[in-house]
Write a protein that binds this ligand. Structure first.
Ligand code: ADP
Length: 267
């Protein structure tokens, strides 16, 4: 099949974007969007970084809510669509900005969704960026193939896979890993979210989703993939997302997930 001419245009539009990272999960509800938003905040903490977060979860765009940008709209400028800025160095783009309200549903078939993804990559004035983080829909669908195809000219640094410790989530992440291998998408590593709950009163850790098969750690060891870190279940994370005050929940963790990602990108 002849290559889509958009690939070249997208390459040009993203010529000043240093790193492109996809965030994937096998299942919905494991915290992929929360992680993407937290990662964007974490990278933007360093004011010398220019960061953008692109939400291509066309049917369930939750990024506007998480980032406190509900009701915002995208503006058209001479050089394309302008993203919405949360901070001077943190820009966000989501289909949610194009809907008339948070309860509006997008009921589109594959080709229309792919057209929208193409527009996000081709027509948004991303400018000069250190990091473009792409929050994708759960699973491996048309949208994932489109992103990989559209970004094939511009290049993708790799994917970060989000899972919970539960076998039911890990099973789907294994499928995601096979997808990455098939389309030759490098895997930066795996993050285990909702990994234990630390009681704020007694400080004991409870396993809400006990790993029956060894959790992400064993899967990563078996498949020779880096485990970037674990993020506990924390009511403050859920609340801050609901209230649109997301922050970097793992930035002060040691060893740092951010540092591991940056180390990978520097290799
Ligand atoms: P996904 O993008 O995988 O569908 P979300 O990021 O929307 O998942 O997260 C699903 C729900 O879980 C949201 O309500 C979010 O606030 C909550 N959540 C995610 N991670 C955590 C966490 N570590 N602790 C507490 N709540 C979390």
């Amino acid at each position: 099949r002849a290559p889509d001419p958009a690939v070249e245009v997208i390459k040009e539009n993203l010529a000043l974007v240093k790193h492109k990272i996809l965030v994937l999960s096998g299942k919905g509800g494991v915290g992929k969007s929360t992680f993407s938003a937290n990662l964007a905040h974490g990278l933007a903490r360093d004011v010398s970084n220019e960061v953008a977060l692109l939400d291509v979860d066309i049917c369930g765009p939750s990024i506007p809510r998480i980032m406190g940008l509900e009701g915002e709209q995208v503006h058209q400028s001479g050089s394309g669509w302008s993203p919405v800025y949360v901070e001077d160095n943190l820009a966000v783009m989501s289909i949610g900005f194009l809907l008339s309200g948070p309860d509006d549903a997008v009921i589109w078939r594959g080709p229309k969704k792919n057209g929208m993804i193409k527009q996000f990559l081709r027509d948004v004035d991303w400018g000069e960026l250190d990091y473009l983080i792409v929050d994708t829909p759960p699973g491996t669908s048309d949208e994932h193939l489109s992103i990989v195809q559209y970004l094939s000219g511009a290049g993708i640094d790799g994917a970060i896979l989000i899972t919970t410790p539960q076998e039911i989530s890990l099973q789907d992440v294994r499928k995601e890993i096979r997808f990455c291998q098939k389309v030759k998408l490098p895997i930066i590593g795996v993050v285990e979210n909702m990994s234990g709950f630390v009681c704020p009163k007694c400080k004991n850790t409870s396993q809400i989703f006990p790993p029956t098969t060894g959790g992400a750690e064993k899967m990563c060891a078996d498949l020779d993939l880096p485990l970037l870190g674990r993020i506990p279940l924390d009511p403050r994370i859920g609340r801050s997302c609901d209230e649109g005050r997301s922050f970097c929940s793992f930035c002060d963790q040691e060893p740092s997930i951010i540092q591991r990602i940056q180390d990978h990108l520097c290799r």
